[in-house]
Design a protein around this ligand. Structure first.
Ligand code: NDP
Length: 279
């Protein structure tokens, strides 16, 4: 399988399919990521708050894969929004990952009710990390339209991506469209809704017709819409299944039928970024 790449608004490219490691226990991360790399994943999505950057780094070092063939993302922890902490903890992430640069560094949550509502200075400190190439690209996660507008207006710098919750039951249209309208690609987190969408009869019918699994059909739906995804699994057979989504396609009718499953805010499985404040 060849994973397609998309071009970010800063000119760098990103593999459209990666592997996410949220909730992968630190002591099982190296083995899990090694399996993912063996299957062919080259894009890994981790975060300071996942506590498993060291395990990701171990797997990368042991793999012998050329650095240029990998795309590694990490994210700023919620306790680290002050500019000095951005710089300090970014250095620590590089050390833990065993890398001299990451491909993408994201603000994990906007935390609009924390830090006196100031996520702009956090963003400005993030953008400085690209000047010496230690972060090739910088972006945000869980940003609502007004959060995006504020950092862009006050810094003049576009985030490369906005990583937000998106799956068939939660289209998150306002946040997704606010980014896409400005050339900011969407990274869709929890792309199979942590399994919640897999029993849906519409997805099941399409999967049966195509001889694919509901997870493959759902992941392919994201690909057809041009979003970036990194499903997580601790099972090698599922990692393999989730990787095999480039030998078939969905018709526009299939894409529309899956998009119609959107339940608005009721479909959300994660916290609402407008009020999420956990540091
Ligand atoms: P996913 O939608 O990727 O679902 C993961 C769950 O689905 C796991 O329980 C996994 O179980 C199960 N699963 C995976 N593949 C299959 C399959 N083929 N068939 C049946 N079940 C399957 O949810 P995540 O929340 O993990 O999201 C993916 C990634 O997105 C995260 O790992 C992280 O990188 C990122 N993320 C970012 C957030 C943010 O705030 N920026 C928030 C949440 C996620 P098992 O492991 O047992 O196989």
């Amino acid at each position: 399988m060849t994973v397609p790449s998309l071009t970010l608004n800063d000119g760098h490219s990103i593999p459209q399919l990666g592997f996410g490691v949220f909730l992968v226990p630190p002591d099982e991360t190296a083995e899990t990521v090694t399996s993912a790399l063996e299957i062919g994943y080259r894009h890994i999505d981790t975060a300071q708050m996942y506590g498993n950057e060291k395990g990701v780094g171990e797997a990368l070092a042991a793999s012998g894969i050329e650095r240029d063939d990998l795309f590694i993302t990490t994210k700023l922890g919620n306790p680290n929004h002050k500019p000095d902490d951005v710089r300090r903890t970014f250095d620590q992430s590089l050390t833990d990952l065993g890398l001299d640069h990451v491909d993408l560094f994201l603000i994990h949550w906007p935390l609009p009710t924390q830090y006196d509502g100031d996520f702009v200075s956090t963003w400005k400190a993030m953008t400085e990390l690209t000047s010496d190439g230690r972060a090739k690209s910088v972006g945000v996660s869980n940003f609502e339209p007004d959060h995006l507008a504020k950092i862009i207006d006050e810094s003049g710098v576009l985030p490369a991506v906005n990583q937000i919750e998106v799956h068939p039951q939660f289209a998150n249209t306002a946040a997704r469209t606010a980014g896409l309208d400005r050339g900011i690609l969407t990274e869709a987190w929890s792309p199979i809704g942590r399994g919640a969408v897999l029993d849906d009869p519409t997805i099941g019918e399409i999967a049966t017709r195509l001889g694919k699994t509901p997870a493959q059909v759902t992941l392919r739906w994201h690909i057809e819409r041009g979003d970036i995804i990194f499903p997580k699994s601790m099972h090698v057979s599922r990692m393999q299944e989730n990787f095999e989504i480039f030998d078939f396609s969905l018709t526009p009718d299939d894409v529309n039928a899956i998009s119609a499953l959107d339940r608005g805010d009721e479909g959300r499985i994660g916290p609402d970024p407008k009020v999420f404040d956990r540091i």
